[in-house]
Ligand binder design. Structure first.
Ligand code: CAA
Length: 240
């Protein structure tokens, strides 16, 4: 039986590459998105992957959305918590709203999604939870007190939950992408971006597919002994 995978923020950027790579492995894939209907439609037209719209920051919307996905595709075996936003600002200019929006999506969203799937994975004695954190959750980043806090929180969540899932056949891992050539990174002012590329030993931004290939490994049945890990995929920019 094909594994069923759910990728949040799965219609653009890193998430779209992950959804496509999992489909290429033979998974049944659902991709969720938060707002961009046009991108979601283009993604489905290109890939045939069904998309679902809800905010990962809303617990009940996650519950209802997951029920819809499972009615369509069957129980979810693989959850990729990829949905994420930035609201960059130096801390002295950061509003409570900029803080809250990033925490709600990038940290609470991971709780909301995982919590609503956890019981089923425990019952079936199989699960793969893969949290897309960030280099900036590892090292911090000027202008990203909100984002760095949320992404560091995702790493703690991963390590705690890995211990709880282990006996139930559920692995929980995190990937920390460095700077990847997506809309999110392209929104960084060009001068700042150029200086960041100068700090990457391989001398370029990463490709979304490079993160997707790491997800494919962690999602595989063969990766059952890998749990609680943080996979750093950043071109050597920050070595933990
Ligand atoms: N280190 C030290 N000082 C810095 C700095 C840095 N990295 N960046 C800016 N500053 C300084 C500026 O030089 C300026 O100093 P002066 O006032 O003395 O000239 C001061 O901070 C304020 O800068 P700005 O006026 O430019 O402030 P701003 O409000 O317009 O914007 C910012 C600041 C939003 C943080 C902007 O610099 C920025 O977007 N930085 C990029 C942040 C970043 O890397 N985000 C990652 C997005 S991609 C992502 O998140 C994906 C992932 O996981 C990797």
């Amino acid at each position: 039986m094909a594994r069923v995978a759910l990728v949040t923020g799965g219609t653009r950027g890193i998430g779209a590459a992950i959804a496509k790579a999992l489909k290429a492995q033979g998974c049944e894939v659902a991709a969720t998105y938060g707002g961009n209907d046009e991108a979601a439609k283009a993604f489905t037209d290109e890939t045939g992957i069904k998309t679902y719209k809800w905010s990962v920051g809303d617990y009940d919307a996650c519950k209802d959305g997951i029920a819809e996905v499972e009615a369509d595709l069957g129980p979810v075996d693989i959850l990729v918590n990829n949905a994420g936003i930035t609201r960059d600002a130096p801390f002295h200019k950061m509003s409570p709203q900029q803080w809250q929006e990033v925490i709600d999506t990038n940290l609470t969203g991971v709780f909301n999604m995982t919590h609503n799937l956890w019981g089923g994975m425990r019952k079936r004695k199989f699960g793969r939870v893969i949290n897309i954190s960030s280099i900036n959750g590892q090292k911090g980043q000027f202008g990203q007190a909100n984002y760095s806090a949320a992404k560091a929180g995702d790493l703690g969540f991963t390590k705690a939950l890995a211990q709880e899932g282990a006996r139930a056949g559920i692995t929980v891992n995190a990937i920390c992408p460095g700077y990847i050539a997506t809309d999110m990174v392209m929104a960084v002012p060009e001068k700042v971006r150029e200086s960041i590329i100068g700090q990457i030993p391989v001398g370029r931004l990463g490709e979304a597919e490079e993160i997707a290939r790491t997800v494919v490994f962690l999602a595989s049945d063969d990766a059952g002994f890998v749990t609680g890990s943080t996979m750093t995929v950043n071109g050597g920019q920050y070595l933990t």
